[in-house]
Write a protein that binds this ligand. Structure first.
Ligand code: COA
Length: 171
């Protein structure tokens, strides 16, 4: 699954990872990471290619041994030009629990021009994602609001969990 994941080095070794903007060539790998997560809503491969081209400055990939093992996709909200909306975040299962997702969020907070707030939506049953964004808010001593955004009734497909908006900032 993860390139060269069989080596002896621990994912906690930060120097193993390069964090950088995606290019079109990374779009396919972002789709693969999303698919393997089995948690995210998987969009078309086309959507990830398009994202890697048009929203590269507000997205990040984590690369280990030349292969993408995690990504955050985001965009600046047209109606709120200082707010980064995080669309999806995923880390390959064998690289989790060592701070990689947190580092990717930090990377965006440090590099996205003019960003002072972050939003994302999370389903209540996603403990890892809730913990990730909760930790991000605490680290920045930032206000963290939770607001019902997309209810079950909004979704045309049966059985979709409600998505709660997490608004973090200003920081
Ligand atoms: C959510 C996800 C990206 C976290 O990646 P990760 O690299 O393991 O996260 P980190 O190691 O940076 O952890 C960040 C914080 O979340 C906590 N956390 C991570 N996974 C957790 C879990 N399963 N349960 C509880 N807390 C968890 C960590 O302890 C850390 O908090 P701390 O800084 O207070 O110690 C990863 O679990 C994943 O890819 N899940 C599947 C896709 C998904 O659900 N994405 C989110 C919805 S868009």
């Amino acid at each position: 699954m993860t390139p060269d994941a069989s080596d002896d080095q621990k994912p906690s070794d930060e120097s193993l990872f390069v964090l950088r903007q995606p290019t079109i060539s990374d779009g396919g790998a972002m789709w693969r990471v999303a698919k393997d997560s089995r948690t995210l809503d998987l969009n078309t491969s086309y959507a990830y290619l398009l994202w890697a081209r048009d929203f590269a400055t507000t997205s990040v990939v984590a690369v280990r041994a030349g292969g993408v093992v995690g990504f955050v996709s985001g965009y600046i909200r047209p109606d709120a030009p200082h707010t980064l909306m995080v669309w999806q975040v995923a880390v390959d299962a064998d690289q989790r629990g060592h701070g990689l997702a947190g580092r990717m969020l930090d990377h965006l907070a440090d590099t996205v021009p003019g960003m002072t707030s972050l939003e994302t939506t999370i389903t209540d049953d996603n403990a890892a994602s809730r913990a990730l964004f909760g930790a991000f808010a605490r680290k920045r001593d930032a206000n963290h609001q939770e607001i019902d955004l997309f209810t079950r009734e909004h979704f045309p497909d049966e059985g979709h969990e409600p998505e709660v908006l997490h608004r973090i900032g200003p920081f």
